[in-house]
Ligand binder design. Sequence first.
Ligand SMILES: NC(=O)C1=CN([C@@H]2O[C@H](COP(=O)(O)OP(=O)(O)OC[C@H]3O[C@@H](n4cnc5c(N)ncnc54)[C@H](OP(=O)(O)O)[C@@H]3O)[C@@H](O)[C@H]2O)C=CC1
Ligand SMILES: CC(=O)N[C@@H](CCC(=O)OP(=O)(O)O)C(=O)O
Length: 403
Amino acid sequence: MASLAALSSNLFNGGCLWKYQDELKVSKAGKLRIRVTSMASSSPAQSLQFADGKANKLDKLRIGVLGASGYTGSEIIRLLRNHPHFQITLMTADRKAGQSIESVFPHLVTQDLPNLVAVKDADFSAVDAVFCCLPHGTTQEIIKSLPTNLKVVDLSADFRLQDIAEYEEWYGQPHKATALQKEAVYGLTEISRREIQSARLVANPGCYPTSVQLPLIPLIKSNLIEIRNIIIDSKSGVSGAGRGAKEANLYTEIAEGIHSYGITRHRHVPEIEQGLSEAANSKVTVSFTPHLMPMSRGMQSTIYVEMAPGVTTQDLKDHLGNCYEHEEFVVLLKNKEVPHTRHVRGSNYCLMNVFPDRIPGRAIIISVIDNLVKGASGQALQNLNLMMGIPENLGLGCLPLFP
Ligand SMILES: NC(=O)C1=CN([C@@H]2O[C@H](COP(=O)(O)OP(=O)(O)OC[C@H]3O[C@@H](n4cnc5c(N)ncnc54)[C@H](OP(=O)(O)O)[C@@H]3O)[C@@H](O)[C@H]2O)C=CC1
Ligand SMILES: CC(=O)N[C@@H](CCC(=O)OP(=O)(O)O)C(=O)O
């Protein structure tokens, strides 16, 4: 039985009322009782899983953000501001260790948060779960060194590829935590919800792979599209490259133009192919070209596919509509509405739509996300909510920022 406070905090946070089955009852004592259950779990307050088995004074889970001085780390901080059951108690940085969060991110001046510490100085005995927002390569050894009772959502690419040889080929370095790799669950929430719920370590998907796999996996699973000749043209905002200073990301190098990069060799190719191959139950290869756009956040994937014989674009739409009908964060647009990145900015939504190509038998699928939210920290929070047995939309109620 959840408390009214828990219910009202869910609603306050944009909790999705349609996901809750509310049952009003008058108890013998004449008090109104509201029973709340969700798709993700039963009563949130009862299912919080403290790492040491003990509740704390605040009855909130203690969260560590590793890499809190980066873009995805600050996005986690922003989202957790509205979370009823998570409280940040540890934040790490590398070059910025020792600084206060407002000196690193002035927009967070109003928040009462701990100072940034180096990972080596962090006290992990005082946290229940961590978001790991570190560069790939550095992440594996750090996660390996954490107490094993902590739940971990890793936003880096280190645990996404099941095949270690493939990781080493595409990332150009040996994997240093191969045992943990076997334990990790790939966290594309809407597709792997059941596995994520019981995971201890979740490999949060890359931003491009999220925007591509959400529309394609259901269509491939149902044999509605051919698995050959899939062409993916993706575009990302500059925050996708992180906050670290790089010449290629200077205003003068990005503004007033766009450019492709990583042509035929971007490291998200094996990640996309892994997910699509699993859906197809046979090897899928794709043409994938990412582009850098002069915008700070946002991502669009335009995907060209060949439909299976006799299948129409309306069939693709109907199928995606059915698959995602009860999903809060994945939305198939109606009619010929075109997804825009500006309509998901700052939110956890993925908007998609399907259009007939002028070439018979082909369709064009467009999907948009905010690379820092559904493409990173929002999906990571969705996953940790699931892992903790609480409704997966908590903290994720913010609408897109528009205009
Ligand atoms: N940006 C995006 O849209 C997405 C990013 N990701 C992935 O999420 C992870 C974080 O990305 P993002 O936030 O953009 O990156 P940033 O470069 O913005 O932040 C990186 C963070 O890691 C810290 N850090 C860097 N090197 C080390 C180290 N050797 N040891 C400990 N801490 C270190 C930095 O600290 P300091 O600043 O003090 O040096 C900073 O806090 C990456 O793996 C990225 O690929 C995934 C999906 C989308
Ligand atoms: C614009 C930009 O540079 N985007 C990054 C991808 C975003 C990301 O961080 O992906 P991972 O989580 O897999 O590292 C890139 O192309 O490498």
